[in-house]
Design a protein around this ligand. Structure first.
Ligand code: NAP
Length: 250
């Protein structure tokens, strides 16, 4: 329960879904958590974090805006004095066939999913370098990093980009004892995926494509994040760890 005691974590997209569960799991393991999101839902998550007996901070921030990100990270450092864990989770996945995809559609997805990861990482690394240690965990996806997904060309490009970014940065900061890893989830049940409005038939087809026979839960991803954020993973860096119930080994 106290594995991450006195550590400070930043989690983006922490208002709901995977990000919310990651924030709660880090808090349950003793970390103070900075919740970043464009949505007001982080203020509810903040109350849940504080009820767990750790400190939290909720900062409204669009990760695709450099000024927002720099301000949010400054606020986090002012409050906690250190940053040990960064989880780049904020991301969007609007389905669009390639022939209907506009430049705006493309830019929005790349700006949030990939550029947002760059902005956050660049803003946090100086503190981790000063501390001579830290854990950066980037939420990618099996889409792009492992398999193709129709109607998600922009998303797949952004997530393949996140994995490439992870490996390059891992090499640059290994000398400071900083670990940088990516996680690629398969289908996970979240408010975001529920909003897509899958038919019962498509949902059952998705479950059938997963050897372990179920859709993933936000806790599945959060448990892996806690491990990667802990000292138990200190010899793992630059990796893309797939968590998909076996769907990409078929
Ligand atoms: P979700 O339920 O849609 O939650 C994402 C959160 O991020 C929302 O609170 C959203 O706010 C926020 N957000 C969106 N744009 C943002 C921005 N520019 N700056 C800050 N926050 C922003 O998503 P999820 O399903 O939990 O997915 C989380 C991450 O896992 C994403 O990176 C996604 O690509 C990845 N992933 C998910 C799955 C899956 O099956 N769920 C699979 C593989 C990878 P709003 O609600 O106001 O937009």
């Amino acid at each position: 329960m106290s594995e991450l005691k006195n550590k400070t974590a930043i989690v983006t997209g922490a208002g709901q879904g995977i990000g919310r569960e990651i924030a709660l799991s880090l808090a349950k393991n003793g970390a103070n958590v900075v919740l970043i999101d464009i949505s007001d839902k982080i203020f509810d998550v903040l109350k849940e974090i504080e009820n767990l007996g750790v400190q939290g901070l909720a900062v409204k921030c669009d990760v695709s805006k450099a000024e927002d990100v720099e301000k949010a990270v400054k606020e986090a450092i002012t409050k906690f004095g250190r940053i040990d864990i960064l989880v780049n989770n904020a991301g969007i996945y609007p389905f669009k066939p390639i022939l209907q995809m506009t430049e705006e559609d493309w830019d929005r997805v790349l700006d949030i999913n990939l550029k947002g990861t760059f902005f956050m990482t660049k803003a946090v690394l100086p503190k981790m370098i000063e501390q001579r240690g830290g854990k950066t965990i980037n939420i990618a996806s099996i889409a792009g990093s492992m398999v193709g997904y129709p109607n998600l060309a922009h998303y797949s490009a952004s997530k393949a980009g996140v994995v490439g970014f992870t490996k390059a940065v891992a090499l640059e900061v290994a000398q400071y004892g900083i670990n940088v890893n990516a996680i690629s989830p398969g289908p996970i049940q979240t408010p975001g995926t529920e909003a897509i409005g899958l038919t019962k038939e498509l949902y059952e087809q998705t479950v059938r494509s997963i050897p372990l026979g179920r859709i993933g839960l936000p806790e599945d991803v959060a448990n892996l994040v806690v491990f990667l954020a802990s000292d138990k993973s200190s010899f793992i860096t630059g990796q893309n760890i797939v968590i998909d119930g076996g769907s990409t080994i078929l």
